[in-house]
Write a protein that binds this ligand. Structure first.
Ligand code: KE4
Length: 428
């Protein structure tokens, strides 16, 4: 693997950009080495500035469910841009995308578009507080909902009463309103409600965890969350930034048949452009300005380019058999990779929901954060680089998700499985 241009660019980037990247996880700090600078992508492949080709399973961390530069997306972006990129005024496409989201998610009567998943989750928390008149929220350790202050929190010393910041710059006073529970452990949630009977505005969760690596909800966990929030007058927020239009046409809420009060979205609904969204039933969304007293705004919210790319993407996903196909390809991949690890006698566990998956360097099972954190992250780093050498681009962190797109083919999958075997051989 020759990375000289990427190395030069990375050195240059670090002079002007913190860590040389515009989002920390791209820095390869978790796996070491130099991040290849990507020159272009097409379908299931990306090429870096040194001409190395990769089969891509990162998919820009989830948005690229159609693969890179899908013709329908490129075409609509060109056409839209020729008529202007942003007006700071309503455009027709916003109505179309809102209608598509509301049609896909029965729990959403009304949706507000924003420009990132962080904005969506931050706004959803504010909305839950506005609607309930309560201040505290519950999140889960290992789940990530963007970088809003109140969400960069871990379990506090007074764990039952308040959280403490995980980031510099977050005041204790902000963090103290966030309680941190354990994913797939409903008792860890119930005890917070017992200790704060009428103080909790909402529970926010990834319905399928993607940010500790992929960890599915345990049987009954989401149902129990729905019940404990309902019983205590709190809202249930499903953060579907990853799972929305990823694990099925109706998101995780459709897959698991749970009705949340608020849903946040991002990634796929923007087709690779900056987007986020939050929505819910009318009585909740009527709190949102200009209708109600909860303020939220954004210069580029609902801009024609992101919305058009989102419409094109959701339109492609609405075609018959699309989800069955990407789920089937992901199953083929994870079965093949599991067999390759078994043959190499390297302990590994792959968790998969639909076309999102994580290979843990861990004998397994991985049913929560503690299990995930028991993974061999040093070995993962070596595996990552061995795969990179084989021309396979996976997530540069053990605690992230990989994705199959509609652009991947059976041949891609079979080639990948063969390359995993070669990569593992180089590790032994
Ligand atoms: P953004 O602000 O990055 O658009 O979305 C935040 C967010 C919210 N909710 C969930 C479930 C998410 O996964 C994310 C962002 N995901 C990360 C990777 N898992 C984005 C990659 C990055 O931070 O660069």
């Amino acid at each position: 693997m020759q990375l000289s241009k990427s190395e030069a660019l990375f050195a240059e980037a670090q002079k002007y950009i913190p860590g040389g990247v515009n989002s920390p996880v791209r820095s390869f700090n978790a796996v070491g080495g130099t991040p290849p600078f990507i020159a272009r992508g097409k379908g299931s492949r990306v090429w870096d500035v040194d001409g190395n080709e990769y089969i891509d399973y990162l998919g820009s961390w989830g948005p690229l469910v159609l693969g890179h530069s899908h013709p329908a997306v490129v075409e609509v972006l060109i056409k839209t841009a020729e008529s202007g990129t942003s007006f700071g005024a309503p455009v027709e496409q916003e109505v179309e995308l809102a209608k598509m989201i509301c049609a896909a998610l029965p729990s959403v009567d009304s949706v507000r578009l924003v420009s990132s998943g962080t904005e969506a989750c931050m706004s959803a928390i504010r909305l839950a507080r506005a609607f309930t008149g309560r201040d505290k929220i519950i999140k889960f350790a290992g789940c990530y909902h963007g970088h809003a202050d109140g969400l960069l929190v871990k379990a506090g010393s007074g764990a039952l009463t308040h959280g403490i910041p995980t980031s510099a710059g977050v005041p204790e006073s902000y963090a103290s309103e966030t309680l941190v529970a354990e994913y797939n452990d409903i008792e860890s949630v119930e005890k917070f409600f017992a200790a704060n009977p009428s103080g909790i505005a909402a529970v926010i969760t990834e319905p399928v965890a993607g940010n500790m690596g992929v960890v599915p909800p345990a049987p009954g966990f989401l149902e129990a969350l729905r019940k404990v929030t309902q019983d205590n007058g709190a809202l249930l927020i499903f953060d579907e930034v990853i799972t929305g239009f990823r694990v099925g046409p109706n998101g995780a809420q459709g897959l698991f048949n749970i009705t949340p009060d608020i849903t946040t979205m991002g990634k796929i609904i923007g087709g690779g452009l900056p987007v986020g969204a939050y929505g819910g039933r009318k009585e909740i969304m009527e709190m949102v300005a200009p209708l109600g007293p909860m303020y939220q705004a954004g210069t580029l919210s609902g801009n024609p380019l992101a919305v058009s790319a989102g419409i094109a993407t959701l339109t492609e996903l609405s075609k018959p058999g699309v989800f069955e196909r990407i789920d089937g390809l992901a199953q083929r991949l994870t079965q093949g990779v599991t067999a390759a690890f078994q043959k190499a006698e390297i302990p590994a566990t792959i968790n998969r929901v639909g076309s999102m998956f994580t290979g843990f360097l861990n004998p397994g099972p991985v049913a929560g954060l503690a299990d995930a954190e028991n993974s061999d992250t040093e070995m993962y780093g070596r595996y990552f680089h061995a795969m990179q050498e084989q021309g396979i681009y996976i997530a540069p962190s053990q605690f992230e998700a990989g994705f199959v797109s509609t652009a991947h083919t059976e041949a891609d999958i079979d080639a990948t499985i063969a390359k995993v075997t070669a990569a593992l051989r180089s590790l032994s």
